[in-house]
Write a protein that binds this ligand. Structure first.
Ligand code: AMP
Ligand code: MG
Length: 331
């Protein structure tokens, strides 16, 4: 995750409406930069005072996750943990343990396609992007030795994390935004604001729907006319359409295949709907790596999960989706 810009820009749109049992509710929308990306919070509240408290609570959660889990920050808890790789179990905070536990679960489910130990590889590909040059194969081989989710050992009783090899580096960029959405949505719910959604760009968490609606209207993916109508779920979009490097006519994504150490080249775009934001986020990254066949099979197997994909195959653009996806779309 990149450093927060903290512009603190706030916009509020008032559109009062009476909801039986909930009184008069107005729609509020705020945008702030966190985790290196514009983050949007939309909710329905009784008035500006309540909305302001809610705004502060929601963005405070996003800021806290960024501060703890950004690998761009030298002093974040996750950076400090990575620096202690190879030295044995290290006690960590509850939020970090929660994210790393979920990450391990998605590593297992995806057969290692999702892997938060890809830090050394991501570093290589960030450098490739800066220099416009492929990483040397021996550098990829060396980074692969410091990568692997089975080298991430968690002890729930002691709440410790052990990175078994020296030089390992954690990167929760594929899961933490979804987690941050869930945390912000929960903070709003604690204030009694349940008709809410949090969008951290790619990852979203949706609470109860706007008044008079069955769900929040969410665009499936870039340039798609498909609109999802969702409530009380997470949704996330991943792919190589945004951050990538092109070298010798090949586009390498910021998502790395942990099996090869190479950035994805299949021009895949994935939207995942899941029971919560963190699961949607992790799965959208996992499915990008797994590709259409294995990815959609995994999504079909998981309860409450649906997915849509677009990718390039032999020069043609193809799309596919899980069997329950169409039912979530606006008619
Ligand atoms: P997302 O946009 O959610 O797909 O996350 C992409 C980010 O996840 C990248 O920028 C990396 O920080 C990280 N990442 C890259 N490859 C992987 C992978 N195979 N598994 C987990 N995280 C990854
Ligand atoms: Mg993700």
């Amino acid at each position: 995750m990149r450093r927060a810009l903290r512009t603190g820009l706030a916009v509020s749109l008032l559109a009062g409406c009476i909801v039986p049992g909930e009184g008069s509710l107005a729609r509020f929308e705020f945008t702030e930069s966190h985790m290196g990306t514009p983050c949007r919070v939309v909710f329905y509240a009784a008035g500006p005072g309540e909305a302001e408290r809610a705004r502060r609570a929601a963005f405070a959660e996003l800021a806290a996750v960024d501060e703890r889990m950004s690998d761009y920050r030298e002093d974040s808890e996750i950076s400090r943990l990575s620096r202690r790789s190879g030295v044995g179990p290290v006690p960590v905070s509850e939020p970090l343990f929660e994210v790393l536990s979920a990450a391990r679960k998605f590593s297992e489910l995806s057969g290692g396609a999702f892997d938060v130990t890809v830090g050394p590889l991501v570093e290589l590909w960030r450098k490739a992007r800066r220099e416009g040059r492929l990483p040397p194969p021996e550098a990829v081989r060396e980074a692969l030795e410091r990568t692997g989710w089975t080298k991430l050992v968690l002890d729930p009783a002691a709440r410790t994390v052990c990175l078994e090899r020296a030089g390992m580096k954690l990167d929760v960029g594929g899961i933490a935004k979804g987690y941050a959405c869930d945390r912000a949505l929960a903070a709003l719910a604690r204030l009694g604001i349940r008709r809410a959604m949090v969008d951290t760009g790619g990852g979203m968490a949706l609470g109860d729907p706007p008044p008079d609606r069955t769900g929040w209207r969410i665009q499936v993916a870039d340039q798609s006319s498909k609109v999802l109508v969702l409530a009380r779920r997470g949704v996330a979009t991943s792919g190589d359409w945004e951050r990538y490097v092109e070298i010798d006519g090949v586009r390498y994504s910021h998502i790395v295949d942990p099996a090869t150490g190479v950035g994805l080249t299949n021009r895949i775009l994935v939207t995942v709907v899941a029971p919560d934001g963190m699961s949607a986020d992790a799965l959208s990254t996992a499915l990008s790596v797994l590709g259409p066949e294995r990815g959609l099979r995994l999504a079909e197997d998981l309860p409450g999960v649906e997915a849509w994909m677009r990718w390039r195959e032999n020069g043609a653009i193809r799309t596919a989706q899980t069997s329950g996806f169409a039912a979530l779309l606006e008619p």
